[in-house]
Design a binder for this molecule. Structure first.
Ligand SMILES: [Zn+2]
Ligand SMILES: [Zn+2]
Length: 453
């Protein structure tokens, strides 16, 4: 299907991956993309990648807004700009982001809180542009009745509005986005790699810089070795962490984790560890059932936090990053950290909304914090990561396992719906299995295939 050439005053007809209802997957359709309004930019997408949150979106999380075009990772080229836009121009290479940074609101300007959640340009959940409307739609043609058709009555045109995903909807050949959610890229950056930096990988990598202070020799545990978790591993390794324990139920993640820098691997489903734990001991207050014996029976009874403590002489780690989005694992992350000084950071998102937190371990000097996008400010902090990408300091090749066209997106979704990858994410096993498939099937859609577009 050819994409029409356009000026900024015209509607573009192009392809987009539309989800029509909860759990229905995506359908690549011909859609219409409006021209940008005053503060907006229309972007021709070049690459878009899959993030776990996209699947949540397809399943109606956090709000069941349909029809919708998912996707919040990607890179593209500015096709046209609204009359009020000065930050970027036609032809610039850009990355859509789902949070903004005004630099002036209470959160952006405070050096104390240092929050990346801009109050002026917040993360939107309503599937609409900041003015409360959509730039995406689909025209349909319907014939009212057989009699009308027989009488030669013209078909009726209808326009169905389509919701955006956050600020963007990157699984589309063209998107319209408010310029406050756009980051201009150095054209030297490898674009498929840059796509990963829109969300998942940067979330993990950035969290190691923005959410904690990692010293040389710090101990770190990472729950879930998808793109987010591997970003954590790489960030921790770069800052000199002495011990990085990767936790994932998929054995194949052991090898991947080692490439990024884990020193130890825990597979909770097989309850084995890499390290000799014969000298380890558990924290006595919350690990009564684990007496330090390194036999399988005890391992089968052990929780993840106990396994982490077993690897760290009973102490736990300085920092534990929860990247799976399962609330019960947030508590395990907290319990995995050191008495008095440990910090657990929740950076994964999932369908479950709440879980229990053990109060006494929290009261005993541990810190629990959470963040969106790893706490990275998109204008102030993201260039730091992009620069490392240009300098090839990040192992992003390891994340790019498949590259497919937008038309093949259904193949990706079929793979995600294999029996061992459920739509309802109820426990760690299911979630981690899903994350594995997300990474394995494809990490980047090449949205634009035609050189003449
Ligand atoms: Zn702000
Ligand atoms: Zn994401």
């Amino acid at each position: 299907m050819a994409t029409k050439s356009t000026s900024n005053s015209k509607i573009i007809t192009c392809k987009g991956a539309v989800v029509w209802g909860k759990g229905e997957g995506v359908k690549v359709e011909e859609i219409q993309v409006d021209p940008p309004k005053s503060s907006e930019v229309r972007v021709k997408m070049l690459f878009a990648s899959l993030c776990h949150t996209d699947l949540l979106c397809c399943n109606g999380h956090p709000l069941p807004l349909f029809p919708r075009i998912p996707g919040h990772e990607g890179v593209g080229i500015v096709e046209s700009v609204g009359e009020g836009v000065t930050e970027v121009k036609e032809g610039d290479t850009v990355m859509p982001t789902y949070i903004g940074e005004c630099g002036e609101c209470a959160n952006c300007s405070s050096s104390v809180t240092n929050s990346n959640l801009c109050l002026t340009h917040p993360l939107p959940f309503d599937g609409l542009m900041p003015d409360g409307t959509s730039r995406l739609s689909k025209s349909t043609t319907t014939t009212t009745t057989a009699a009308a058709a027989a009488a030669g009555d013209p078909d009726q045109k209808q326009m169905i509005r389509i919701y955006h995903h956050f600020t963007c909807s990157t699984w589309c050949e063209y998107i319209v986005i408010d310029v406050h959610y756009v980051v201009k890229l150095d054209p030297r950056i490898p674009l498929p790699h840059a796509s990963f930096l829109s969300c998942g990988y940067s979330t993990g990598f950035g969290a190691t810089f923005k959410q904690v202070v990692i010293f040389k020799g710090s101990t770190v545990a990472v729950f879930g070795l998808g793109a987010v978790g591997l970003g954590v591993v790489e960030g921790a390794r770069m800052q000199g962490a002495g011990r990085i324990i990767g936790v994932d139920i998929n054995e194949r993640k052991r090898e991947k984790g080692l490439v990024f820098g884990i020193t130890d691997f825990i597979n909770p489903s097989t309850t084995t560890t890499d390290s000799d734990s014969s000298g380890s001991k558990s924290e006595p207050d919350d690990h009564e059932q684990h007496n330090g014996n390194n036999n399988n029976n005890n391992h089968n009874k052990a929780s993840i936090s106990e396994m982490v403590k077993e690897l760290t002489g009973g102490m736990g780690v300085d920092y534990c990053f929860e990247c799976t989005g399962v609330p019960s694992l947030v508590n395990q992350a907290l319990l995995s950290t050191k008495l008095g000084i440990g910090t657990a950071v929740a950076i994964g998102s999932g369908n479950e909304k709440s879980g229990e937190i053990d109060l006494v371990p929290l009261l005993c000097g541990r810190t629990l914090k959470g963040s969106i996008f790893g706490g990275i400010k998109v204008k102030s902090d993201l260039p730091f990561i992009l620069h490392k990408c240009i300098n090839k300091e990040l192992k992003l090749d390891e994340l790019l396992t498949h590259q497919i066209s937008l038309d093949e997106i259904n193949k990706a979704f079929h793979l995600m719906k294999q029996p061992d990858c459920v739509k309802e994410i109820d426990n760690m096993d299911e979630l981690l299995t899903h994350e594995v498939q997300l990474e394995d099937i494809s990490s980047v859609f090449e949205v634009l295939k035609k050189p003449d577009c």
